[in-house]
Design a protein around this ligand. Sequence first.
Ligand SMILES: Cc1cc2nc3c(=O)[nH]c(=O)nc-3n(C[C@H](O)[C@H](O)[C@H](O)COP(=O)(O)OP(=O)(O)OC[C@H]3O[C@@H](n4cnc5c(N)ncnc54)[C@H](O)[C@@H]3O)c2cc1C
Length: 535
Amino acid sequence: MTDSNTCDVLIIGSGGAGLSLALRLAAQAKVFVLSKVSLNSGSTFYAQGGISAVLDKNDSIESHIKDTLIAGAGLCDPEAVKVTVEKGKKNIEWLKQQGVEFTEKKSKTGEKSLHLNQEGGHSHRRIVHTADATGKALSLTLIDRARAHDNICLLENHNAIDLITNHKNKEAVKKIIGAYVLNTLTNKVKTITAKIVILATGGANKVYLYSTNPQISTGDGIALAWRAGCRVGNMEFMQFHPTCLYHPKERSFLISEAVRGEGGKLILPNGDTFMQHYHEKRELAPRDIVARAIDSEIKKHGIECVYLDISHQPEDFIRQHFPTIYKHCLSLDIDITKQPIPVVPAAHYTCGGVLTDLNARTDIQGLYAVGEVACTGLHGANRMASNSLLECLVFAEQAAADILKVLPTLTTSQPLAEWDESQVSDSDEEVVVSHNWDELRRFMWDYVGIVRTNKRLNRAMRRVELLKEDIAEYYGNFRVTSDLLELRNLVIVAELIIRSAQSRKESRGLHYTKDYPETDNSKPAENTILIPKTD
Ligand SMILES: Cc1cc2nc3c(=O)[nH]c(=O)nc-3n(C[C@H](O)[C@H](O)[C@H](O)COP(=O)(O)OP(=O)(O)OC[C@H]3O[C@@H](n4cnc5c(N)ncnc54)[C@H](O)[C@@H]3O)c2cc1C
């Protein structure tokens, strides 16, 4: 590094995608890794189930590919699926070499092997895990490894505001040259110069009122890439988890599907069950159908949540099977052995994102996107459980190989223009930001959620237009803060989701609209690709 603001590779994000890529590059490159808050603030830390990989002798690459393609409802890119699945085993080995300890089992002869779980959509046991806290094990191990590396500089509390390209110089090929970054502790904006920039900023699920995701998941990378001129794909496919705890103090705690698996009943406030009206398997219907049924009941009755009742099971059984859920709910004065659990569906995973090729390259030279921020073609119209952490690892590996090839040919750009604050002042109206945050997330939930209609989407788009104006004016007049930056990004993400949903005239995978309830099989399925306007 020539100075504290210059590096070879700038990685925006310290989740599974960002850190695994940093570790793969650090022997040959000076790497900066940014995190908006602490290093373990992303979704990776909260992943429970595990990572899919073909390791069981009865399983096969073909079977994992087939399951993924089925889940993706006709929109997976077969090449992306093949690359990801084929590299599963190697990436689990790599994680073990980094020090991640996965849960093992012993055979009758005493031999140890990885214990594999099975999850929805997978036709074999193929989920490698560390008990029920895989993401935590992965996150903490990679953070330790990165901390120990001399070539990796970890910058917590650094919020990337915008990417910098050579565009102003009107060069023929648009190239990345750095980024403006707000240090949220000092409130100073840095100009970071880099030969390569990677977006590893995670998903955009905080665009909805209810989400299982941590606070950082505000789609920043998608908005940054869009503003810089990258195409974005398949944003209508937002995955909702059916049962997230509904409580004023806790908006992102998952109530595992296993509760329904063990006989938990979904009920209305008056105690009536309703799943019998939606699917013959009732509570055990596929995730999307359960989420849609709950959403429909909430809207029909104008209620805030439904309830999941497992209290008919013996107290010991509940405590033994669901210790974490039991303790967590009790801490909020909900005794699940005696009373039903208030639940709502919640936004869980962003299948779409910044379009990339198989090496994680975006439309801008030197800019890559890895992890949940990207649309690689792996998930298509619906993500299969535990394929997402695998995607983070495999595409980090792909990107690393590509970057190490091109890096020696790149030079650092001349000093970049500094951030200009001469025209702005400190805000005296922070309430505008918090009000707009709330409004955006609520209308996205009400109008662009699990069940959509043309009318609701149009209504949401009108709100977005107004908010965009409001936010642009505010952004032009006041010094940036993290909340303002996130809001500015969220409104772009909201617009991209609505535009994508409006353009899909069918229901497919995670996108369900009452106006076109059937899948259009009269022609080949098409991705939704949005192209930014360039000036
Ligand atoms: C509760 C839960 C359970 C899950 N369980 C599983 C599972 O069992 N298996 C599975 O495969 N998937 C699971 N997922 C999904 C999976 O965890 C995520 O898709 C994956 O971890 C995303 O990793 P990532 O590195 O792309 O992003 P993240 O881990 O979300 O990290 C994003 C990083 O980017 C940083 N960042 C964001 N914006 C900026 C900015 N503007 N400037 C600087 N830094 C920024 C954040 O601070 C953070 O460090 C689960 C998700 C959740 C929420």
